[in-house]
Design a protein around this ligand. Structure first.
Ligand code: ADP
Ligand code: MG
Length: 572
């Protein structure tokens, strides 16, 4: 079937990625660049795409097409081509780039992203463009959803809401999303399709031209000033000031500071504010309800944007991903999930349900609680409950219920040992889950050192979302009775251990027991027996505790008596 690629077909830049050895990566061109300008040049010698086409724009602007994404879904022709045909050239370029990066492996399927606000016609046009380029579209994905995937936010709690602020080269949009069944749904989106980083470049270019008194410029010179303005703008995201130089136009140089840019870009940034408020309002969401605010698009690298966004949304934005790569990376992750190459990683990097073993009395003993990050390891020592026992059956369970019978059994391991008195055999049980979600259970008889291994496939451990939800719901629903059942079982085990021990002690001490003490013990014994019959957890627990207290002195007498006898035997 082949791999599925993830593609961000952007207004100003595009990128492509695949999942390789379980990891989503963006693919680079021959020069190591992962982002390609969405520019197509139709020349007499043929079609040129990307950086080379961008270079041609200054020399022979006729036939060079940029920002064709704005025209998708319309019938407008550019340079004699439909918007789909121009977009297809960009997609074909990305396909070839990917195939070269993958040493000739064919790339024929893709997940392609579109803005959340794209209508049916625009999405269909995008699909057709991909088909023209020889790519079958497995899924059209909303850009903010892709961005959220790249930040790993599909692991937030169900119904979490986030905002995605995307400011690229030519457009701005902001969306409020809600997580449902592991995928984000766009609740509201707002924006301006004619507001982007290009506008900042234009404002800064004009500032340079005026300050350096460049006078009236030809369109080629204007393009040079724009390009320098853009370089200056991008540099100011990293440093406080930089020097603008326009060697073909003037010998003068100009030191430009971050505050100059802030003054020019400020009003443009301010124009995005009302869209943020509008999206929140349409989604009926207060800023305080958001779990995260993501910055997407190259223009959000400007420190000014980060500051303002933090202010408007009342929280620091998440900066953990590259803003201009997040959409392509998210598309790649989605492609990986669709093709199955990422399944284990995304679904199983935490344990969906608790894993444990059944212990005496049919209780669930949790070794690895649910939501533990994998890989992980945990173990515990168990002992035999019955005299003369020769083997122990370890039942491996998954679930959130207190009683083993209410959980799911994943497998069993039988550990054999030589006949042992109650509590004498020692069996160590260890659970280990590797990065692929494979559970290995190791049971060791600590006396012989003999190991028994059982491997449980990740498919068994990795239950579906619905099952997890049902199990967790049931555990909450039955929390009270489950708790009762556990207390009752534990108290019963304790009673069954204590009653014969008391009988034995009474036989040892016999006549020497003061009458008062004997009566107290007898009463406590009958209360335990009665509670055992009635099966009431808390009564039994209290009765067992009383019997324990009432027999403290008796236990001391037993020890004393044993000591006396031992001394007497030695003739002391
Ligand atoms: P799109 O989604 O529109 O294709 P991108 O997300 O690639 O676009 O954003 C491109 C815009 O980001 C351009 O205007 C570019 O100048 C701007 N940009 C890129 N890097 C920086 C930076 N370091 N500082 C400020 N702006 C930047
Ligand atoms: Mg973009």
């Amino acid at each position: 079937m082949g791999r599925i690629a993830g593609i961000d077909l952007g207004t100003t830049h595009s990128a492509i990625g695949v999942v390789d050895s379980g990891f989503p990566i963006l693919l680079a061109d021959g020069e190591g660049r992962r982002i390609t300008p969405s520019v197509v040049a139709f020349t007499d010698e043929g079609v040129v795409v990307g950086r080379a086409a961008q270079g041609l724009a200054a020399v022979q602007p006729a036939g060079v097409v940029s920002s064709v994404k704005r025209l998708m879904g319309t019938a407008r022709e550019v340079a004699g081509h439909s918007p789909e045909e121009v977009s297809a050239e960009i997609l074909r370029h990305l396909k070839v780039l990917a195939e070269e990066a993958l040493d000739g492996e064919a790339v024929e399927r893709a997940v392609v992203t579109v803005p959340a606000y794209f209508n049916h016609a625009q999405r269909e046009a995008t699909k057709r463009a991909a088909e023209l380029a020889g790519l079958s579209v497995e899924r059209i994905l909303a850009e903010p959803t892709a961005a959220a995937l790249s930040y790993g936010l599909d692991k937030l709690e169900e119904r979490s809401r986030i905002a995605v602020y995307d400011w690229g080269g030519g457009t701005f949009d902001v969306s409020v999303l809600e997580l449902r069944d592991g995928i984000f749904e766009v609740l509201a989106t707002s924006g301006d399709t004619l507001l982007g980083g290009d506008d900042v470049d234009a404002a800064l270019g004009e500032f340079l031209a005026r300050t350096l008194s460049l006078g009236k410029l030809s369109s080629a010179d204007e393009a040079r000033v724009r390009a320098e303005a853009r370089r200056v703008k991008e540099a100011l995201s990293e440093q406080g000031q930089t020097v603008a130089r326009l060697p073909f136009l003037t010998e003068q140089e100009l030191v430009v500071g971050r505050e100059d840019l802030a003054a020019l870009a400020g009003p443009l940034v301010e124009r995005t504010r009302r869209h943020c408020l509008q999206a929140l309002k349409d989604a009926q969401t207060e800023a305080g309800q958001l779990q995260a605010v993501l910055l997407v698009g190259g223009s959000t690298r400007m420190p000014l944007v980060r500051e303002r966004v933090a202010e408007w949304f009342e929280r620091e934005p998440d900066l953990s991903q590259h803003p201009d790569e997040a959409v392509a990376l998210g598309a790649t992750i989605h492609a990986g999930v669709l093709s199955g190459t990422l399944r284990k990683m995304t679904l199983l990097d935490v344990t969906p349900l608790s894993l444990g073993v059944e212990t005496v009395g049919g209780l669930m003993n949790v070794l690895i609680p649910r939501n533990t990050t994998i890989p992980c390891k945990a173990g515990e020592l168990f002992t035999n409950a019955v005299d003369g026992q020769e083997s122990m059956r370890v039942r491996i369970l998954q679930g959130e219920r207190e009683l083993a019978a209410d959980n799911w059994e994943l497998g069993t391991v039988d550990v054999r040992f030589g006949s042992a008195a109650r509590g004498q055999a020692r069996v160590g049980v260890q659970f280990e889950i590797d990065a692929d979600g494979l559970l290995t259970v190791l049971a060791r008889d600590t006396q012989t050192g003999q190991d028994t291994l059982l491997e449980i496939d990740s498919a068994a451990v990795d239950v579906g979302d619905e099952q997890v939800e049902r199990m967790v719901e049931e555990s909450v629903e039955h929390a009270f009775e489950d708790f009762e059942a556990r207390i009752l079982t534990e108290a019963r085990l304790k009673a069954e251990e204590l009653l014969p021990a008391v009988e034995q002690s009474l036989a040892v001490v016999g006549e020497e027991l003061p009458e008062e003490e004997g009566r107290e013990i007898f009463e406590a014994q009958s209360r335990v027996e009665e509670a055992l019959r009635a099966g009431r957890a808390n009564d039994l627990k209290a009765a067992v505790q009383d019997l324990d207290r009432a027999t403290e002195a008796l236990a001391a007498r037993v020890v004393e008596k044993a000591m006396e006898e031992a001394l007497a035997r030695r003739g002391v």
